[in-house]
Design a protein around this ligand. Structure first.
Ligand code: FES
Length: 122
């Protein structure tokens, strides 16, 4: 069963960036999207590294380590291991860097706003 937790204010989240919050021991990364906010766990499903240092564009987060991309509202994997620290790699080498890990979604969380405060379902 999920629990609704207050994490901060809407003003904490930059317009075109990411903000990390601690939601009862779980580190989540929040971004503004067209019609609200979305959040994912700060743990890339590829190697479990923190994704908070990545970039976000239109609700899509790119992992800073190997450029996997995820929809922050659904967690859906859009690209899997595209390169290393921002440098695109040829297709054949991606399989090596994937280290046998198959494409996987990232855990996402529903975020709601109420009176300028943000709440996450965790
Ligand atoms: S750790 Fe995120 S893509 Fe490798």
């Amino acid at each position: 069963m999920s629990k609704r937790v207050m994490i901060g204010s809407v003003s904490d989240v930059p317009v075109n960036g990411l903000k990390t919050f601690n939601a009862e021991g779980t580190t989540i990364v929040v971004a503004r999207v067209r019609d609200g906010y979305c959040a994912v766990i700060n743990k890339c499903p590829h190697l479990g590294l923190p994704i908070a240092g990545g970039k976000v564009e239109d609700g899509v987060i790119t992992c800073p380590f190997h450029n996997s991309r995820f929809d922050m509202c659904t967690g859906r994997n859009l690209d899997w291991v595209q390169g290393v620290v921002g440098v695109k790699l040829p297709e054949w080498s991606r399989k090596i860097i994937a280290l046998g890990k198959e494409p996987a979604p990232i855990q996402s969380f529903k975020v709601t706003e109420e009176d300028g405060k943000l709440f996450v379902e965790i």
